[in-house]
Ligand binder design. Structure first.
Ligand code: F6P
Length: 196
């Protein structure tokens, strides 16, 4: 059995305003989550006499800030960046529905395959995550992946055997660590909502 720890970044400035994508910083609450996450890792590994997990983030500052208190190196994968919302980057769902109703409608109709103009679809994200998943599979020890809503959905779906169709709708709350333990047949999950 081996564990994979998944988390979204802590609350960002754009989580508060409801804007899509971008490269915003963490809010005070998001930074508090970064502290909680490092305490959680300390309790889960160091205090149990275990070596720290590998820590992988995206290249965006909100994921890097989320792991900054964990006392180990982290690898920054471009493939872990959030879904590229193309012309909708920086917009809210409301402004997309208002100014680009055809985009909102088409995405609602087929969220898995719909590609944002100038951006990506969930299928694109799932495809670019293949090298990351392969690298997770090669590891013998635990890995902590701190990334983004769409990306964590795709990784979670892969390890939990969910279909691609379900993937865009999986609920991945902020400030929660998902621990997936892979066994011979399938994986078990445990959720750790961390108090911030
Ligand atoms: O709102 C946070 C966020 O990570 C956005 O940056 C991203 O576009 C969105 O979630 C992805 O979720 P959905 O595919 O449900 O719009």
């Amino acid at each position: 059995a081996r564990s994979i720890y998944l988390s979204r970044h802590g609350e960002s400035e754009w989580n508060v305003t409801g804007q899509l994508g971008g490269d915003p910083k963490l809010t005070d609450r998001g930074r508090a989550y970064a502290q909680c996450l490092s305490k959680f890792i300390d309790a889960e590994f160091t205090k149990k006499g275990k070596e720290l997990p590998l820590v992988w983030t995206s290249q965006l500052q909100r994921t890097r800030q989320t792991v900054e208190h964990i006392p180990t190196m982290n690898v920054r994968w471009r493939a872990l960046n959030e879904i590229d919302a193309g012309i909708c980057e920086g917009m809210t769902y409301e402004s997309v529905a208002d100014k680009l109703p055809q985009v909102a409608r088409a995405r609602k109709h087929d969220k898995l395959k719909y590609r944002y103009p100038g951006g990506e679809s969930y299928v694109d994200v799932i495809t670019r995550l293949e090298p990351v998943i392969l690298e997770v599979e090669r590891q013998r020890g635990p890995v902590l992946i701190v990334a983004h809503n769409a990306v964590i959905r795709a990784i979670y779906a892969y390890f939990m055997g969910k279909s691609q169709e379900e993937c865009p709708y999986i609920d991945i709350p902020l400030h929660t660590v998902f621990r997936l333990t892979t066994r011979a047949y399938g994986a078990e999950e445990q959720l750790f909502p961390l108090e911030v």
